[in-house]
Ligand binder design. Structure first.
Ligand code: DP6
Length: 327
């Protein structure tokens, strides 16, 4: 007998090796594998309740941060729920309520936490009990990076051959390496071009082919750096990978420029601090904010340094987070 109602929590994640571009847009099969770490302290909590009786109207309802949401965002959630309904063999509508403690749409992968929490809450509410790999595959259909917010700690999304083997697995538990992400927030405005539209443009850049050809090597270097807790190796590959993705973005047609003036100021400050011996590196997603990765013991010092940079409005500190879970 289905539970009908469930609540789940998931953390966003920051990619060390980025996902940019799909081989299959509808299934969100990525053009390359990616590696990330979950972000503790930042979280999305989502409750899903399926109606008990099938009614034609009204459709699914969605509340985000206590406000009703309609239009494209509701449609995306409904399309995702259709996949869950099909798996569970049910047809009833759902009420979804989601709350996050961080700004959405500004380069802190809000869709990752949102669809990871939704995948877990919706399947549980529909009476399904999916194992981690199946849950990760499902979350991927809502937002690619969401598949990486299902397992805990340091995670790799294997690109796979198709839908059945494109999911994320933990490559090291959260206790493995005490790292922190000091997020320099320059703007919490929603970005002009979302990731979904951006992925579709990746192939228009002549640089994307070179980025993809070199991806297996970057993945291996990053995986080894994590396994050996080698910060210098991690810093080098994380910055290279972020720079390569932004080179693709900037050379797409039309080009996508996510950086603001202060983005570059922070990048340069991070490189200067590393040259002086501080274990820090930057990585930037599809937005202006800069994620500054450091070793746990230096987190407060790095956050203090970032707060003094003009243009930085706020610094959020996140340590390595666990898996998506029911609450
Ligand atoms: C730049 O997973 O947000 O953050 O599947 O369309 O929801 P959709 O895209 P999304 O893309 C993430 C892009 C990125 C890099 C990364 O997190 O790997």
């Amino acid at each position: 007998m289905p539970t009908w109602k469930a609540t789940a929590l998931a953390h966003p994640n920051i990619a060390f090796i980025k996902y940019w571009g799909n081989r299959d847009e509808a299934l969100r099969l990525p053009a390359n594998g990616s590696i990330s770490m979950n972000l503790a302290g930042l979280e999305t909590r989502t409750s899903v309740e399926f109606q008990e009786i099938s009614t034609e109207l009204p459709g699914d309802s969605l509340m985000i941060n206590r406000r009703p949401v309609k239009g494209a965002r509701l449609q995306r959630v409904s399309a995702f729920l259709d996949i869950v309904r099909k798996m569970a063999g049910i047809e009833t509508r759902a009420s979804v309520a989601s709350e996050s403690n961080f700004p959405s749409g500004a380069g802190i992968a809000s869709s990752a936490a949102a669809f990871a929490a939704l995948a877990l809450a919706a399947t549980k509410a529909a009476g399904l009990d999916l194992e981690e790999a199946a849950l990760s595959r499902l979350a991927r259909r809502g937002s690619g990076s969401a598949c990486r917010s299902i397992p805990g700690g340091f995670v790799e999304w294997q690109m796979g051959m198709g839908d059945s083997d494109s999911y994320a697995v933990s490559i090291a538990p959260l206790e493995h390496w005490v790292l922190a992400d000091c997020i320099a927030i320059l703007s919490s405005e929603p970005k002009p071009t979302g990731s979904t539209e951006g992925h579709a443009l990746a192939g228009t850049s002549p640089l994307q082919a070179a980025r993809l050809a070199d991806a297996p090597s970057r993945l291996e270097i990053c995986r080894n750096a994590i396994q050996q807790r080698d910060f210098a190796a991690l810093a080098d590959i994380v910055e290279l990978d972020s720079n390569m993705m932004h080179a693709v973005m900037m050379t797409s047609r039309p080009p996508l420029f996510y950086w603001q003036e202060a983005t570059l100021t922070v990048m340069q400050a991070v490189r200067a601090a590393r040259a002086k011996g501080l274990p820090v590196c930057y990585t930037i997603d599809a937005g202006p904010n800069v994620h500054v990765i450091t070793e746990g013991a230096e987190a407060e010092r790095v956050a203090g340094l970032l707060r003094n940079i003009p243009g930085v409005r706020e610094v959020r500190l996140a340590r390595v987070g666990g898996p998506a879970r029911l609450v």
